[in-house]
Structures are given as C-alpha cells and as structure tokens.
Design a protein around this ligand. Structure first.
Ligand code: 6R9
Length: 635
C-alpha cells in the first residue's frame, strides 16, 4: 500500500524522505493505486529546468472527470458531491449527488459539443459561484476542451484580454450575479468585452438573477433549454496525461497577465493527494473552501482535489458580511462543515466584528481550519484558533501559487505541530531551497532568502500559454536549475518555513495578486496623468493596500484633486476591476529614479508605510530632491 494518507509525524518524515530519495517511484505508486487510467504511462517523469520542460506520466491516458465522477458512481452515487449555498440564506441550499453531477456535467458537455467545441479548444467561463461554474469546468474536461475561468469580478477589459490571449471560441456566463444585497450585470460586461473579441462565436447564458438582458441573435443562447434537451450521458474524451487541462491567468510584474497552463495527469494526482492529507479528509466529512473558482484555490480545492477523493465540497455564492458578519459561521453550523479553508483577509475582516457573531453558532463540527493566499499575521491566527477552532482544530497555513497547482508548504493537521505565521514543512515530494542574491543555496537553519523549488512536482504549471520564453524567464532563469517562486522565506531553527512575502513587483491585496505594471498602465491612460508608480503598504484587513504616486501633465495641474482621484480609480476599475483600486493617491512632481531611469520603489514603499527613518542612501538618485517633497506631502 502506498502512503496515501499520512497519520503521524514520524510517518510524515519517513514518507517525505522516501518521496525525495526516489520521486519517480513514490509518485508512481500513488498514481497507480489511487486513480483510474485508461492506459499506464511509459515514463513517470522527464524534466529539464533549463528548457524548461517537465513531463509527468508521459504516455498515460485518462480523463480527469472519470476520476472525479464516474468511478465514484458505484459506491458514492447518492452521496452529495456539491452543496450549493446561495447568496441569500432564505433561498434553499442545493445538494448535488455524484449521480446528478454525472448527468449535469454530461449534458453541459454535450451542449458544448453541439456548439462546435472540440478537444483542445479554449472555452472561457465567466460565471459567479453557482453550480453551473463547477459543472462547466468539468464539462470542458469531459470533452478535452481547455477551460479558462476568469474571475467574475474582473472588468470587461481584463476579460477581453484573457479571451483573446488564449483564443477562446465560446463563453459561458450568466445574466448576472448576486453580491450581498447588490446585483452585478455580468452579461453587460461580457457584451462589452466581446466587442473586442472577434473569435468568440457563441455565448451560453445561465439564468441567475432574472434581469432583462440583451441577447445578440446568432451568438447568445440561454443555457437551460439547451441542457434540458441535451443527452444525459457523454463519453469521456481520452486524454494524454500531458494534455492541457486548463489555463488560469495570474498577474506578473510586467504588463500582460500570464496564462498558466496546467496539464491533466500530474495535476490530478497532486491535487487529490494534497487534498486528502492537508485536510485529513474522511469519507463523510463536509469540506468548505470559501475561495472563488475563478482562482487556483477554487480549481484545485473546490473542484478537482475534493471530487477526485469522492468528497462533499461546498460552494458558497455569497460574501462573509451578508446578511451579517455571522454568515460564515452560520453556514458552518447549517451544513456541519468539518474542514474550513479561507483567506487571512476574511479572517481579519471578521475579527473586527462583534464576537457574538461567532459565539452564537455551533462550530463543533470543525476539525481542520485552513488559511491561504497571503501570510497570516499572528493576531489573525490567534483569533481564528481561539474563536473559530476553539483551540481544538489545527490551522493549516498553506503556502502555494497558481503556478504550483497545489499546496507546497503546509502543516499536516494532527501530524505537524503548528506555529503561528509559519507554513511549517514542505509537503511530501516538495524540495524547497533558500537562495542568496548571488544565486547560491543557503544551507542550514535560521536563514532567510529567496524561495525556490529544486525538483519538479506533478502539478507544476508546464508553460505560459503562447509564451514559453516568458515562462522560462520568469521562473527558471534567476536561479539556475531551480523554479523561482517570487517569494522570500525564512527557515527557523527547527526547519520550519515562514513566508515573508513577495520579492518582486507583485502586491497581494486581500489575497489577490496584483502586478504593479498593469495598474500603472491603466492610470497612465488617464488624459491628465503623465506617469505613476504603485506600491503596497500595510493594511489591517487587506494585508496590503495600494498607494499610488501620480505625476500630472500640465493640463491636469488645474484639475480638482479629489475628482481626479475618483477618475483614476474609475479608470482602474474599468481596466482591471474594483479589486485593484488605490486606497491612497498622492500627486507628486517627480518619482525617485536611479540613474538608469528605474523607479526606486523601495523608497516609495517606505514613505507609503510611514517608515522614513531609514530610507538608505538617496544621493545616488537622479533626482534626490524629490524625496523630501514626497515625504512632506505623504498621505
Ligand atoms: C494559492 C494562491 C500566490 C502568492 C504566493 C505568496 C502568497 C499564498 C500564502 C502566501 C504566505 C501563505 N501566498 N499563500 N503567502 N503564506 N500561506 O494564493 O495562489 O493567487 O497565485 O498567489 O500568494 O506570495 O506567491 P496565487
């Protein structure tokens, strides 16, 4: 028997050693014993980080939906696969069994086929957190189409960029979405985006909020009547292990979003195995991850990982503050949730509310609490531990990335002793390394450096869609023969890792990755703006918030500053989405620059954080005089 389910610390160390001594043998055993393959692989792993090229289970054939659905039907057909908890608590929750999921995915898959979607085609999914979202994802996988889910909080501009980058031919969306007591006109956003997307031939529209929307003849169709007519079974397309499963965009430090490509076999094995262990999932547990399926956390740990284990996974349409700040706790009580996985920003927001919101709910079903998306600060960790877990449920602080596909550094609950703010130990099979700025590995403990991974794991992204050079340059050139994460980390005296944050121009705001470049590009398009620079500064709920320094053109100088601030944020909302809005905007006459013309963000970051005691040497700047002016007028 392979070590599919780790149960104590000694076993962790033993299995970890085995997994790094002979990774091929280790993953082969896991893959063989816990998944269904149409054909076995010829080779477990081939890799070369210099090209880079990584292949797991080459030659194997499978369909991931057979692993996530069909194989459970004989034993778990009537078990709930997905619990749907709507935005409005008065609307009844929906329980979708594995049998029903099979039927609904099949119908959706047949509708896609009827609209000319073939293996390898890209489908854009722009939906709120309703069952159709998970079903659409699985339907694409069923027929071998590559899904590209775009978070339904992104603007029309961000949506069209993503649709065009991967040449999607069909979009699945809804008439609109609920967000607390508001509604959002998703179809309107899609219509606007599609003015720029000539390649999209069909739009399938789920009905959710029942508003009147425009339907473009020949292009747009309501989804439900098509599903009703579709055949309720769909033969699964047989895929190669290395066929792309999906594209998911993430921000980079430069302009364009990066379409990370994940493939089928390795991603399945890794997300399933991590899910089982990191949440210690047992057969009748109810698991809830509050992420949106528009992010990697939702892909790996709402859809694929849980379903590959035959789990019951909860999808929540709403927000933590509606109808009041007790909603998360109410849902945990209502569905007797056993594993709860959320983000530090949500914890911090809820920790600000009256404790009675938590205390009035019975949370005794909880066994494991998870955190993801950004470093969890000590205060939030304790609040979560004391008030939600009642010191009975271990907190798994899981570090990973869109690019890694699955959880990389994490405690295993009831196995790894936890320490606040520490993601603790590498997961089975993961070989982290800390590097100094010269590119040398820093060995030993009580050290700090740039976090790299030395050896491939099954769920690593294989490329950036359409831009393999960028994939190589971003992740594999800074540190030879290593995958570079973009994060800094320290390793303490016992070998525990603590992630210290991004070391590049990505800022994590409320757990969302935002690149500075695309935001600056959006601001610079405002007619009154000459130049801008964005930095992050500490924020007690969002983790980081955005501070913008803006140089106006002469024509802008006479404009009312508050109106300009509103317009700049409006500009950002239209180009990227409201998540990228700036908390503070300071108008400046210049930006501190090096002699080669690079903006010294380090200085701007310090001023934004109100930490001007140690600005370092500014005399080498091209324009040192501007620093004092910026300090004097800081917000
Ligand atoms: C899964 C996800 C990735 C970046 C990552 C890091 C930050 C995620 C973290 C964490 C500290 C944790 N991050 N989890 N930092 N502790 N437990 O969030 O993917 O959206 O691609 O973000 O998020 O900076 O590099 P993604």
């Amino acid at each position: 028997m392979s070590n599919y389910h780790i149960k104590h610390l000694e076993e962790y160390f033993q299995v970890y050693r085995k997994s790094v001594r002979n990774p091929e043998a280790f993953w082969e055993e896991i893959a063989e014993e816990h998944f269904v393959w149409r054909k076995k692989w010829n080779n477990v792993l081939s890799w070369d980080f210099t090209k880079p090229e990584i292949k797991w289970f080459e030659g194997a054939k499978l369909n991931i939906t057979e692993n996530c659905i069909d194989r459970h039907l004989p034993t778990r057909g009537t078990k709930t696969a997905i619990i749907f908890e709507p935005n409005n608590p008065d609307e009844e929750a929906e329980h979708i069994t594995y049998f029903q999921l099979h039927e609904r995915v099949s119908r959706m898959a047949n509708v896609l086929k009827d609209h000319g979607v073939n293996k390898g085609d890209r489908v854009c999914i722009y939906l709120p957190m309703i069952p159709e979202l998970a079903i659409a994802v699985l339907a694409c996988a069923r027929i071998g189409a590559i899904h590209s889910v775009v978070f339904a909080g992104f603007s029309s501009n961000a949506l069209s960029t993503r649709i065009n980058d991967s040449d999607c031919k069909l979009v699945i969306t809804s008439d609109g979405s609920y967000r607390g007591n508001k509604t959002i006109d998703l179809k309107g956003i899609v219509d606007k985006a599609l003015e720029e997307c000539p390649g999209v031939k069909n739009v399938l529209v789920a009905k959710r909020i029942n508003t009147k929307i425009d339907m473009k003849a020949g292009r747009d169709k309501w989804l439900q009547p098509l599903l009703d007519e579709a055949y309720a079974d769909c033969v699964a397309e047989i895929m190669d292990a290395e066929d792309p499963l999906f594209i998911l965009y993430t921000s980079g430090s430069t302009g364009k979003p990066k379409g990370m490509v994940h493939t089928t076999g390795g991603y399945m094995v890794y997300t399933a195995y991590t899910f089982k262990n990191v949440f210690q999932y047992r057969e009748d547990d109810v698991y809830w991850c509050t992420a949106d399926i528009g992010w990697i956390t939702g892909h790996s740990y709402i859809v694929y990982g849980p379903l590959a284990n035959g789990a019951t996974t909860l999808m929540f349409e709403g927000i933590p503050s509606y109808p009041d700040s007790g909603r998360f706790w109410e849902v945990i009580e209502k569905h007797k949730v056993n594993q709860f996985y959320t983000a530090p920003t949500a914890i911090r927001a809820l920790a600000k509310e009256n404790l009675s919101f938590v205390e009035k709910h019975d949370l005794s079903s909880l066994k494991v609490l998870g955190s993801v998306g950004e470093p969890i600060n000590e205060e939030a960790w304790h609040w979560y531990n004391n008030n939600v877990g009642k010191k009975q449920s271990p907190i798994v602080d899981t570090w990973w990335q869109t690019e890694t596909g699955g959880i990389m550094i994490t405690p295993i609950p009831y196995v790894t002793p936890t320490t606040p703010t520490y993601a603790t130990l590498p997961f089975i099979g993961i070989q982290p390394a800390l590097m100094d700025e010269e590119g040398n590995e820093i060995k030993g403990n009580q050290v700090e450096g740039r976090l790299c991974i030395k050896f491939p794991w099954p769920a690593i992204a294989r490329t950036i869609w359409g831009d393999h050079h960028r994939y190589r340059d971003t992740y594999f050139t800074a540190f030879k023969n290593n995958y570079f994460t973009g994060d800094g980390a320290l390793r303490d005296a016992v070998g525990y890792y603590r992630i210290t944050g991004r070391v590049d121009d990505v800022i994590i705001v409320s757990g969302h990755n935002l690149g500075t470049a695309p935001i600056e590009d959006a601001i610079n398009e405002h007619p009154a703006v000459a130049e801008s620079a964005i930095v992050g500064f500490p924020h007690d709920v969002k983790g980081n918030a955005l501070y913008g320094y803006v140089i106006l053109k002469e024509t802008g100088e006479t404009r009312d500053r508050d109106n300009l601030r509103k317009e700049i944020n409006q500009q950002i909302t239209e180009h990227i989405g409201p998540i990228a809005k700036l908390d503070k905007i300071q108008f400046v006459s210049g930006l501190p620059k090096t002699r080669s013309g690079k903006i010294m963000r380090r200085i701007l970051r310090k001023i934004a954080s109100n930490d001007i005691s140690n600005l370092g040497d500014t005399s080498t700047l091209l324009n040192p005089e501007v620093v004092q002016e910026i300090i004097d007028n800081a917000l």
